[in-house]
Ligand binder design. Structure first.
Ligand SMILES: [Zn+2]
Length: 310
């Protein structure tokens, strides 16, 4: 899998699984096949000739001179995911791919999550003899407190936003966010809490030199991207505030899965304006094809200029 350099930092992309072409069509409702085909630079990496959008599930390992940091932990294997049934019960060789990139689970010092959705915390744990245990025994699982508290509230059923049927793109899905969040906590988060491996931090927290959380709310209440800085160079792991590269061309198009679509668009637009025309390496958490690239001004909006990792 590809790697990119940001000063002394190396970022490796670790594939969990590519998604079927068009699997998430409808998640961004304005992105009809005609609308997708009209944005020519999306082809071939981010959309196919039929105007279906292409997506990927992957993680990034950020290696600095001081630490190895896993940013977003995918869906995991064997998980119970009634909200997105296609992503539950997986058997992907993610840890083998991590090993191929040079990392054993015990090498990881920090596990971060841009947000606590099911496809960002799954590899937190593995099923071991019928019990969930932390995958990364030496890691500090470091989460933004507001994001953690919001999802813990959902797990405890305190929120009134219990139904995600407007955002469901999979047949047979159970849109009850309380049910899904309780399962995510039970399978992927509580075992790390029980092992004493979780640290809750404030927004903008520097996790280790050169790696910090940066607030990009809207997809979830306290969604954070991860900002990387070394030797005057800058990188940003997006998380889901940029869900698909099409949102560079159409920053106002939010995802039906966003907690606050307007806030998501505001976060996205202000980031894109600040990154456009700079050397900031954008690393897209669900971008298919080359996941890294630059934001380039393009008419009234932007396009993604991919950089093939080495
Ligand atoms: Zn996601």
């Amino acid at each position: 899998m590809p790697t990119w350099k940001i000063g002394d930092i190396t970022v490796s992309q670790i594939l969990e699984m590519p998604l079927e072409p068009g699997e998430l069509d409808g998640l961004i409702e304005e992105a009809t096949p005609d609308a997708v085909r009209a944005i020519e630079w999306l082809h071939p990496h981010y959309a196919n000739e039929a105007g279906q959008t292409l997506w990927s599930l992957h993680a990034f390992v950020v290696e600095t001179p001081e630490a190895r940091v896993l940013v977003d932990a995918g869906c995991g294997n064997h998980k119970n995911l009634p909200l997105i049934p296609n992503w539950g019960g997986l058997h992907n060789p993610f840890l083998e791919r991590l090993a191929d990139a040079g990392y054993r689970p015990e090498d990881i010092d920090y596990v971060l999550a841009t947000h606590l959705h099911l496809d960002h915390v799954g590899w937190n744990t593995v099923l071991d003899d019928g019990l969930w245990r932390p995958t990364f025994p030496n890691a500090r699982y470091t989460y933004v407190r507001d994001e953690f508290d919001y999802h813990r509230g959902l797990a405890e059923g305190e929120s009134t936003t219990s139904d995600l049927s407007h955002a469901v793109v999979y047949e047979g899905a159970n849109p009850d966010i309380h049910v899904q969040t309780r399962l995510v906590f039970a399978e992927s988060i509580q075992p790390c809490l029980d092992a004493g491996l979780v640290d809750l931090v404030e927004s903008d927290h520097e996790v280790t030199p050169g790696v910090r959380y940066a607030s990009t709310p809207g997809h979830t209440k306290a969604h954070h991207s991860v900002r990387l800085e070394s030797g005057g160079e800058v990188g940003v792991v997006t998380g889901d505030f940029i869900h698909h590269p099409i949102q560079l061309a159409r920053p106002a198009w939010s995802s039906r899965g966003d907690w606050d679509r307007e806030l998501s668009a505001t976060s996205r637009t202000s980031f894109l304006e600040s990154a456009a025309g700079t050397e900031t390496l954008v690393l897209g958490t669900h971008f298919s094809g080359p996941a890294g690239g630059h934001v380039v001004p393009d008419g009234e909006a932007f396009r993604f200029a991919p950089i093939q990792g080495s």
